[in-house]
Design a binder for this molecule. Structure first.
Ligand code: FAD
Length: 387
C-alpha cells in the first residue's frame, strides 16, 4: 500500500493499516521538521476525537487539548453568543494545533515500525486503472524512482500528484467564493473565551484560540495584496476596529509569527476512486476554512478508507472499496453545504446595486434568525461541530 502525503489523512490511514498488519509506505515531499512546524487547523470535532481515540491515536490531544463550545458573533446589530456545546447534539470542539496532531501521528506510526520516505515527492500515479499501479517519484537525493503498489491512497492535498494523475473524465465541482482572508498567528493569549466572528462592513475579522499563548486571527483581505503589505500595527488596529474592541473589550496583542493569504475556494472531486487510486482529505475535497472542517473530514475519510481497504486486503471483501466514494461524498457534501452557508453569513456581498442590497439583507436576516431561533441554533450547532 502506498500513501501519498503525511498530513492528517495519510497518517491516520497509515496508522490504521499498519496496526492491522498491512505493509504501507508513506511518501512525503517535506522533511519531518517542516511537518512539526506547519500550523494550520486547530478545531477538532467531537467525531474526530472519537475516531482517533477509538484507534489509540488521541493521547496527546486528550492530554493537552482544551474543550471549546462557545462562539460569539459581533455584527452591526450587536453581539450575541451561542453556547453550541449545549445546542444541537451537545458536542464540543477540542482545540489542539494540527502540527501537534501530525507530530503525534508520525511518532506513533514510526514507533510501530511504519515506513515513511521524507523529502520524496510523488510525481504521478501510473496505471491506476489496473491493479498494479506505479508511483513515479523524485527522491530526497533528487533521483527519479518508481514505487510499485497494490493500492495508492492520494492524501497529498489539493496540489498533489494524485489529483494530477486523474483521468480526464474526473469531475471537479468547484466554487470560488470571491473572498480572501489574511490568516495570522499571533504570539498572544486569546482575547475572548469564544470563537469570535466580527461581521463588519470593512470585512470579516475572526478570532480562534489555539493555545494559552497563541491565537489565530483572520482578516478579510483584498485579493492579490501580499500578506506582508500591512505593518503589525496596522493589522492590530484593523482587527480592533472590525472586532469592535472599543465596545466589547481590547484585544490582547503580541508578535505576529505567521501570515498567509487564503483565497476561499471549495471543490469536490467525483468519484473518489479511480481503479486502484483513492482520494482522501484535501485531495478529495477542499473546504473553505469558514467552518473549520478540512482536517476533520480528512480524519473521517481516512477511517472510512482504512475500513474498506482492510475488508479487501484482510478478508477478501472488495464491496467496501466499491462503496467508499459514495459514503465519503455524502459527508463531504454536507460539510460543503454548511461551509458555503457560513461564507455567506460572515461576509458582506461585494458590489453595488439592487442585487447586492438583496443579498446583504438576506445575510442580516440569517444572523437575526440565528440570534433568535432555537431551532436555527440547534441546526447551526449540529453542523458546526459535526462531520
Ligand atoms: P495536508 O495536511 O495538506 O497534507 C498533505 C501532505 O502531502 C503534506 O504533508 C504535503 O507536504 C504532502 N504532499 C503534497 N504534495 C505531495 C507530493 N506530490 N508528494 C508527496 N507528498 C506531497 N481544518 C479544520 O478542520 N479545522 C480548522 O480549524 C482549520 N483551520 C485551517 C486554517 C488554515 C490557515 C488552513 C490553511 C487550513 C485550515 N484547515 C482547518 C484545513 C486543514 O488544515 C486541511 O483540510 C488538512 O490539513 C487536510 O489534511 P490532508 O491530510 O488532506 O492534507
Amino acid at each position: 500500500m502506498v500513501i501519498l502525503g503525511a498530513g492528517p489523512a495519510g497518517l491516520v490511514l497509515g496508522n490504521l493499516l499498519h496496526a492491522n498488519g498491512i505493509d504501507c509506505l508513506v511518501l512525503e515531499r517535506a522533511e519531518r521538521s517542516h511537518l512539526h512546524a506547519r500550523a494550520r487547523a486547530g478545531f477538532l470535532a467531537a467525531n474526530t476525537v472519537r475516531v482517533l481515540a477509538r484507534h489509540g491515536l488521541a493521547d496527546g490531544l486528550l492530554r493537552h487539548g482544551t474543550r471549546h463550545a462557545v462562539c460569539e458573533f459581533r455584527t452591526e446589530d450587536g453581539r450575541f453568543r451561542l453556547d453550541y456545546g449545549t445546542l444541537g447534539r451537545g458536542e464540543q470542539h477540542t482545540v489542539y494545533p494540527q502540527q501537534e496532531l501530525v507530530a503525534d501521528l508520525l511518532a506513533r506510526y514510526l514507533d510501530a515500525g511504519g515506513r515513511i520516505s521524507f523529502g520524496t515527492e510523488a510525481l504521478a500515479v501510473l496505471g491506476a486503472e489496473g491493479d498494479r499501479p506505479v508511483v513515479t517519484v523524485c527522491g530526497a537525493d533528487g533521483r527519479p524512482g518508481r514505487v510499485p503498489a497494490r493500492y495508492v491512497a492520494g492524501c497529498d492535498g489539493r496540489h498533489g500528484a494524485a489529483r494530477r494523475s486523474l483521468p480526464p473524465e474526473a469531475v471537479r465541482h468547484r466554487r470560488d467564493h470571491g473572498v480572501s482572508w489574511l490568516g495570522l498567528l499571533a504570539q498572544a493569549p486569546p482575547s475572548l473565551d469564544a470563537v469570535g466572528y466580527a461581521v463588519h462592513e470593512r470585512g470579516l475579522a475572526g478570532h480562534m484560540a489555539r493555545t494559552p499563548d497563541v491565537t489565530r486571527y483572520y482578516l478579510q483581505w483584498e485579493r492579490g495584496v501580499p500578506a506582508e503589505a500591512w505593518s503589525e500595527e496596522r493589522v492590530w488596529d484593523e482587527l480592533a476596529l472590525r472586532m469592535r474592541a472599543a465596545d466589547h473589550g481590547p484585544l490582547r496583542q503580541g508578535r505576529i509569527v505567521q501570515r498567509a493569504v487564503v483565497d476561499l475556494e471549495s471543490d469536490v472531486l467525483e468519484p473518489l476512486r479511480y481503479g486502484s487510486l483513492f482520494l482522501a482529505g484535501d485531495a478529495a475535497s477542499l473546504l473553505a476554512p469558514a467552518a473549520a472542517k478540512g482536517a476533520n473530514l480528512a480524519v473521517l475519510a481516512a477511517e472510512l478508507l482504512a475500513e474498506a481497504l482492510l475488508d479487501d486486503l484482510v478478508h477478501g471483501d472488495p464491496s467496501g472499496l466499491e462503496r467508499y466514494s459514495a459514503r465519503c461524498l455524502e459527508h463531504l457534501w454536507r460539510a460543503q453545504e454548511f461551509s458555503h452557508w457560513m461564507v455567506q453569513l460572515l461576509h458582506h456581498p461585494s458590489g453595488v446595486g439592487g442585487e447586492t442590497l438583496f443579498h446583504d439583507a438576506l445575510r442580516r436576516s440569517r444572523l437575526t434568525s440565528l440570534r433568535t431561533s432555537r431551532a436555527h441554533q440547534d441546526w447551526f450547532a449540529e453542523n458546526y461541530v459535526g462531520v
